[in-house]
Design a protein around this ligand. Structure first.
Ligand SMILES: Cc1cc2nc3c(=O)[nH]c(=O)nc-3n(C[C@H](O)[C@H](O)[C@H](O)COP(=O)(O)OP(=O)(O)OC[C@H]3O[C@@H](n4cnc5c(N)ncnc54)[C@H](O)[C@@H]3O)c2cc1C
Length: 660
């Protein structure tokens, strides 16, 4: 057979110059030890936050958990760090509080501590990535003279439960006027051009590459911009979808949903059954739909759960509004063991705000409060275009310092954890930065990092607590931002949002049209725009935690070249009929890889305690120990910004009580 790969690569534009393709991406990473040759470490270390031009938001290529951020921690996990680690160097620095992790939880903890302790509270935040914000990551692109923003992770202010008074209070204190969101979003932009949410049926899964209107309105449209005429959409779907006649009948039966599949059971009994079977099992074994329908719905829960319908309880699918439950006539109250994401709450739904860089703006507003010189301006709108000065983040004269590229490797009390603080009785924090192990001391420490990390860096914690911390298997996700020359292919194909159940990325969306603080979103189809592509790295058919573990390995071991190829191929296939040419139309790619993504949320299929009652692992995991407290959204097993804030507040309060 002739080898056409060269021609194929040219069509995809694989040889195209993508401005800063990360040179480390080609390094072979094994699932266990990720070994970076020493000469490459030097290059990583040379990228200092104080150097002129240091500006991580503008980096493209492989971001999120980027090369240089995770290798140290993986070596510690594999017991391969300390034997060859350089001798620790005492920096002589002493703080009131050291915070491990510069995500929203760590930054909020610094803010709450400053409010309680006032100016005397000197704080150091240590973060292993080259940027602050954790999952709340800003991606910047240049198209000519224009700056185009994207969200690399945490997308918006939203939560299935209303924000607590503490979290809401912080959002208000930062100046974010959540109810003003309607002023900034152009809700009519895409509908006015006739763009709808659509489903891409791929030929490997469904027999033919076909783009069809999303008649089920099944969650492919994260923009909330609406789809239009329901009845007409259904007719178009039924005539165009490459499904068998039987599957189309099943589809209609599901949408109509008037059959009671559990006659004779009470509403509670029905919910109890639904809580113990997956939605995939419900569809195939109870409703009796064809395999095609299961495949069609498989990826629907990806954005919320990071797994497909094989690992999401049917009761949760009911809560999310997926079809097939109407005829059961269930009492609308949440059932026992429902996932918190599946419990609808209208009050919570009203509290929504999306910045062009997502909740990176919250992180930036917090940094501005903590270190005003680092981010100019004074409002929650002017911050959108404000350029952060990273050289100001770690100045000796500042009360709050943020040190990037610093992986914390050990946190121990150097005296009795229960005794009052003194120079002989502090917390000693060691971190790896610039190829050195360095130590600082502090009266208190907050671990606002991922909980799976803590057992490896805080050896004093009791074993039961370490076990609980380790059970938080974060949900691996890929959030890719692709800058394209224009979106005329989307316009021609009549879509702004595509659900792709059989493809590498299960969601492809045009950026939400938000203009704020002088930032103008793209309004015309011939202008450049960021296309957001999302993948949940999962392995259907296994328990959720196992899927997350395998997905994490997949994300760490995939090279940028493969990510890029998958992006180009998928966009080419889906948008080609609209005139899209990957080689010509893709200008930049940023792959935000989050092997440790969402906090794990409990699931009635796999977590007995959640269904039957009992102590939750997160309540054991977050217990303070001496002068070490524990924050992060993992601390309440709830993957939302309000949780990260609430848990920071609790951790600060616990330390204050301890020292009172
Ligand atoms: C792709 C994605 C999309 C999301 N979208 C939303 C959304 O739309 N709305 C929402 O409310 N929530 C969303 N979330 C959930 C998000 O996790 C929370 O909202 C919030 O940003 C979590 O903040 P955090 O500080 O608890 O954790 P993180 O943001 O994870 O911050 C923890 C930090 O600790 C660092 N760290 C880990 N180990 C070490 C170490 N040894 N030394 C130093 N630092 C360390 C990590 O690198 C990280 O930067 C999303 C998450 C992801 C992954």
């Amino acid at each position: 057979m002739p080898d056409n790969s060269g021609e194929r690569d040219r069509t995809l534009g694989m040889g195209a110059k993508i401005t800063r393709r990360d040179f480390l991406n080609g390094v072979a990473l094994t699932a266990g030890a990720a070994i970076i040759p020493p000469e490459m470490w030097a290059a990583v270390a040379a990228d200092l936050q104080s150097s002129p031009g240091y500006y991580p938001p503008a980096k493209t290529g492989l971001r999120g958990d980027h090369a240089g951020s995770f290798e140290t921690m993986h070596q510690i996990r594999d017991a391969a760090f300390w034997d060859s680690a350089p001798r620790p160097v005492d920096t002589g620095e002493v703080y009131d509080l050291v915070i491990v992790g510069g995500g929203i939880s760590g930054l909020a903890a610094a803010h709450f501590h400053r409010k309680a302790a006032g100016e005397k509270g000197r704080i150091l935040i240590l973060e292993n990535h080259d940027d602050f914000g954790g999952h709340a990551k800003r991606n910047e692109f240049k198209a000519g003279n224009r700056t185009i923003l994207g969200f690399g992770g945490t997308f918006s202010i939203e939560s299935p439960e209303p924000y607590s008074p503490v979290a809401r209070g912080l959002i208000e204190e930062l100046g974010i006027d959540v109810p003003s969101y309607a002023k900034h979003v152009d809700k009519n932009l895409y509908p006015a051009l006739g763009l709808k949410s659509r489903i891409f049926f791929d030929k490997e899964t469904f027999g033919a590459d076909t783009l069809v209107v999303n008649a089920a309105h099944t969650g492919s449209d994260e923009s909330g911009l609406g789809n239009g005429d329901v009845e007409k959409d259904l007719q178009n779907f039924l005539s165009e979808a490459p499904l068998s006649a039987a599957a189309k009948q099943d589809f209609q039966r599901l949408i109509a949903g008037d059959k009671d599949y559990f006659p004779g059971l009470t509403s509670d009994e029905k919910k109890a059954r639904l809580a113990r079977m997956s939605y995939a099992e419900y569809l195939s074994d109870v409703v009796g739909t064809s395999e095609e329908i299961v495949k069609l719905f498989q990826a629907l829960p990806h954005p919320l759960f990071g797994v497909g319908i094989d690992a999401v309880a049917a009761q949760d699918a009911w809560g999310l509004g997926l079809p097939g439950f109407e005829g059961l006539r269930l009492d609308p109250a949440p059932g026992k063991g429902m996932n918190r994401d599946s419990i609808p709450n209208e009050e919570a739904e009203k509290y929504f705000f999306h910045y062009p860089d997502g909740n990176a703006t919250i992180a930036r507003l917090l940094v501005r409060k903590l270190i005003p010189a680092a981010i100019p301006g004074n409002s929650a709108t002017d911050v959108v275009l404000a350029k952060a000065d990273y050289s100001k983040l770690d100045e000796a004269s500042s009360h709050v310092r943020i040190r990037l590229n610093s992986t914390v490797v050990k946190v121990v009390h150097n005296g009795d954890p229960k005794a009052p603080v003194s120079s002989k009785n502090e917390v000693e924090v060691s971190y790896f930065n610039e190829k050195k192990v360095k130590t600082v001391r502090a009266a208190n420490c907050i671990l606002a990092c991922w909980h799976v990390v803590i057992p490896y860096i805080a050896p004093e914690l009791p074993d039961t607590q370490k076990e609980a911390l380790a059970s938080c298997q974060k949900v691996p996700l890929l959030y890719n931002n692709v800058l394209v020359r224009n979106w005329s292919a989307f316009q021609k194909l009549g879509t702004s949002s595509i659900y792709c159940p059989g493809m590498y990325h299960s969601r492809v969306n045009l950026d939400l049209p938000v203009s704020i603080g002088g930032y103008e979103c793209t309004k015309k189809p011939d202008e450049p725009i960021v296309v957001h592509m999302m993948k949940a790295a999962c392995k259907p058919g296994r328990p959720a935690r196992e899927q997350h573990r395998l997905g994490r390995i997949q994300l760490y071991t995939t090279t940028f070249e493969t990510y890029e190829r998958n992006i180009r191929e998928q966009l080419g296939r889906m948008l080609g009929p609209g005139g899209f040419e990957p080689a010509r139309d893709i200008l930049e790619i940023t792959v935000n890889r989050w092997p440790h993504g969402y906090s794990y949320e409990y699931n009635s299929l796999f977590d007995q305690f959640w269904l039957e009652g009992g102590e939750t692992p997160c309540s054991v995991a977050r217990k303070p120990f001496g002068r070490i407290a524990i924050a992060n959204s993992d601390a309440d097993a709830y993957a939302y910004t309000d949780c990260a804030i609430d848990q920071a507040y609790r951790a600060v309060g616990e330390l204050a009580k301890g020292s009172a």
